[in-house]
Structures are given as C-alpha cells and as structure tokens.
Design a protein. Structure first.
Length: 503
C-alpha cells in the first residue's frame, strides 16, 4: 500500500520524435516564440487514428498532458515553436506581410508511414505577424475545420488533418463573446504560394532559391533530377493543384477563400474558413460572407487557382531565369507551364465525371452527356450529392433520382441517352454500381448540419451532435440505416447560405 506521504510521480513526457527541418532554415523565414498559455484547457476531441499514424500514444494524449500540449500550455520535448512568414494576394489585393498571426508550428514528425508531417497549433496566441489581432480562435471555427477536413480526408481528397481540438476556458471577442479553442492541424507542410511571394516581394532571390530547394526536397524530390529543377517544381505544383481543384468540383466543395496564402505547395486543401458543400447544383454558388463578387464561386475555382499559380510563377521567375538562357526564356517557360493547368484540370474533371456516371471506357460524347446532366440539374435545383448517389441505384434500374428534379421529365430525357451509353460498356451492372458507390458519396458535411452541431457546442456545451456528424462524414461512401437525415438536403427554413471565416 502506498504511503500517503510518498511523492507523487509525474507522468512520463509524451514523445513526439520531432525532426524540425523548417526550423533549420534561415531566421528570416519565421519568428521563434512559444504558444501563449490559456486558463483551463480541456480536450474536446482527439483523432486517435491520426495520432497512431504519427507514432504518438493516443492514450497518453487523451489525458491532462495532451490537453496541456494541444492548448500551448506545455511545449512538448523536442518542439521548436515558430510562426512562419508569408505574404499573399487576398481577393486579388497583395499584402506583402501576412504570416502566422494566430498559429504556431510546433515541429515536424515522420509518421509510421514514412511521411513527414507538420504539427501546428491554431489559435495559440499572438505572434509578430498578428497585425493587432488577439491570435486566438473561437470554438465554432475550430470544430468546423475539424469536421470538414476529416470529411475531405475520408472522401479521398488531399487535405490537412485534424489531430485535436481543445477549449481554453477563456473567451474571445468576435461578433460577440465566444468560447475560445485551439485546433491542432497536421499538414504535409505549411508552405504556400504566399511563402514564395514573401521573399520575391523583398527582392530576396536567395530566399526564393532556399525555399524552392526546400520545397523540392520535401515535396518534389524527382524535380531535383530534372534538367531545370525549378521549372519542374512549378510543373509539379501546377499538376497537383489541377487534380485537387477537380476533386473539389466533383464533390460540390466550395473552398470560399482561395487566396494565394491559402494555396498549398504540397497540393493539399488548406485553411477551412468559409467553406461549404453545395446542395442544389449551381456553378455560381458562393457561401463566403466576404466574397461579394463571386471571385471564389464554385464554378470559378479552377480559374482562381490558375491565377494563384501565375503568382507562384512570378515569384519563381528569378530562379527560373538562372536555369534558363535569359529572362525572356524564363517567362516563356513559366507561361508554357501555366498553359498546362487548364488541360490537366479538364482531363481530371472529365475522368471524374465519367466515373460518377459509371463509365469505364472513354468515348466521344461522354463530356457532352455529363454537361447535359449538370445543365438539367441546375435548371431543376437538383441536389448535387444526392443526384449522383441515386444514380448508383438508377444504374441498377431504380430511377428514384428523378424525384430530385423540379421537372422529372428533364431527368427522364437525359436518362434515355445515359442508358444507351451504358449498354456500350463491357462491365456488369453489379460491378458498375459498386464502382459508382466508391466515387459518389452518400454523406457530406451538409451546411445546416454543421451549423447545428456548432451551435449546440457553443450555446449548450453539447458536443454530441458534433460527434455524430463527424462519425457519419468519416465514412462517406457507406449506406448506413437510420442516418437518412444526414443525407437529406436542408429544408428551406434550415438552409445556411452564408459562412464566415471566424478569424
């Protein structure tokens, strides 16, 4: 029996195995500082699966020590906390210094899968880049990013991930007084187009070169073997972003704030602010409360990304010129690389639409068939996600999808051509339906459900709706009995048409 006078042994420190390559870059790339402690951290959610991938002990992280680390009250052994410097075009307007104004990169770990990851706290207090802000985050935006980023991962989209969410026991002042929280984000890296712009805007060619070499080593090692490595880096980023935006539009996702500082060099979706999934199909769909002119509308996302990549090419011009014959050759090379974006995006989108329609062999006329369906969906306010999910059943003979159209005859007319096209496919009906169910999700984080979960957490400290929604969207391609309300579009009185950054 332990004596009441025996000393209490401290729990062993949680081991993160940090290996912090970004912290070894020159000091002008960041500002070193620790997170600002909070009053009373409490763990809301730990991503156990992700923790294991990172080689972390989820049982240890689920305790008080985990809450201390994820809130910033304790700096884990081996961490080298810093705020990264970057610039960016925000809605087309260039800001030469942005940087991590409320985020803190603790460091990097190499997961059990051999992949290197950043571990970053968001809402961890002010930094030299805060521009007068408090450096904090409110609970609702933290939970939104947790839900949507994990949903995107489950949908198969390259994305940052959610490792943890904690409440702080403190309030933040936004549109009112709100409960504070800190989000722990995991990313392939936090390099952005805006990171390159930061150094280019200062005429710091050596900084651009150092950053480019780092990006190649970390994300595009094959580019190091190319005759023109920096051109190969640009080509690689363009290719990944073309595929990424195609995945967004194939799922009805609207990022909402596609600024250059929110465009990842690794090709991941990053910064889930005023994001949302479209319900009734409409290419002009905008959710963000600050996107007054539809710059980042659903149907404009590929054009916005092409514009962002042109800004990356501009930032890289000094090093592109060094490996080309002259400036004119560098500009020509950059333009040639940028010209590849649209064909790559269109090819990825067209291939994705074929898969969504259950077509395995590419034939002339497939694109027109898909576009005809989308036009009829737009004219009839058909739900994007549910239309394609019910097409899986329609491929087996059940045409319940027609009820989603204001004029069911519009679907019927299209379905005649679709069924004729399916007859040309060398695939069984069973194989087709199974394949379609793997690309047409049953569940997405519908906006009204997200808002209901956030309202419950903020107003009543009730996290059960958050947990339920997270469970559903983490298995988006499964049919699950009893969860039909999660697959149902919002009623008019439930509809949420505007989302907010929450910064």
């Amino acid at each position: 029996m332990t004596s009441p006078d025996a000393p209490v042994l401290a729990a062993p420190a949680i081991h993160f195995a940090f290996d912090n390559t970004y912290a070894r870059l020159p000091e002008r790339f960041y500002a070193r500082l620790d997170p600002t402690p909070v009053a009373a951290p409490r763990l809301v959610r730990l991503n156990v699966e992700l923790a294991r991938i990172l080689g972390l002990d989820p049982d240890a992280l689920a305790g008080a020590q985990g809450a201390e680390i994820f809130s910033g009250n304790r700096v884990a052994e081996g961490a080298e906390p810093l705020a990264e410097a970057y610039a960016g075009h925000q809605f087309g307007h260039f800001v030469p210094q942005l940087g991590d104004g409320r985020a803190n990169l603790l460091g990097e770990v190499v997961g059990l899968n051999g992949v290197r990851y950043d571990i970053q706290l968001k809402g961890s207090g002010p930094t030299p880049f805060s521009r007068g802000g408090d450096g904090r985050a409110a609970l609702a935006p933290v939970l939104r990013e947790y839900i949507v980023s994990e949903a995107m991962a489950a949908l198969g989209v390259p994305t940052t991930r959610a490792l943890a969410a904690v409440t702080t026991g403190e309030s933040v002042l936004r549109e009112g007084t709100l409960p504070g929280a800190v989000f722990t984000r995991v990313a392939a890296s936090h390099l952005r187009v805006g990171t390159f712009q930061y150094f280019a805007a200062r005429g710091d060619t050596e900084g651009v070169r150092t950053l480019a070499d780092y990006a190649i080593a970390r994300h595009y090692p094959e580019a190091a073997e190319a005759k023109q490595p920096y051109r190969a880096l640009l080509d690689g980023v363009i290719a990944r972003q073309a595929r990424l935006v195609a995945q967004w539009v194939l799922l009805g996702f609207v990022h909402g704030v596609m600024n250059t500082d929110n465009t990842s060099i690794s090709g991941e979706t990053i910064d889930y602010g005023p994001c949302a999934f479209m319900e009734a199909y409409d290419p002009a769909t905008v959710f963000s409360s600050i996107d007054h002119y539809g710059r980042y509308a659903y149907g404009n996302q590929h054009r916005a990304m092409h514009w962002n990549l042109a800004r990356l090419a501009e930032a890289l011009l000094p090093v592109l010129e060094q490996e080309a014959e002259n400036q004119e050759a560098a500009v020509a090379a950059a333009n040639e690389s940028l010209a590849a974006f649209a064909p790559q995006f269109e090819a990825a989108r067209a291939a994705g639409l074929r898969r969504k329609l259950g077509l395995f062999v590419e034939r002339e006329g497939d694109a027109a068939l898909a576009e005809d369906l989308l036009a009829r969906m737009a004219a009839n306010q058909a739900d994007f996600t549910l239309t394609f999910r019910l097409l899986c059943d329609a491929a087996a003979g059940d045409d319940g999808v027609r009820a989603l159209f204001a004029d069911p005859g519009a679907y019927d007319a299209w379905a005649v051509a679709w069924r004729r096209r399916l007859e040309e496919e060398p695939v069984s009906a069973e194989a087709r339906v199974a394949a379609m169910r793997q690309v047409n999700p049953a569940f997405i984080p519908r906006n009204h459900l997200v808002e209901a979960a956030l309202n419950a957490a903020v107003s009543r400290q009730d996290f059960q709706p958050f947990e339920e929604l997270l469970d559903v969207v983490s298995r988006p391609y499964e049919d699950r009995r009893g969860l039909e309300r999660f697959a149902t579009p919002a009623r008019p009185e439930e509809s949420v048409r505007q989302t907010f950054c929450g910064t």
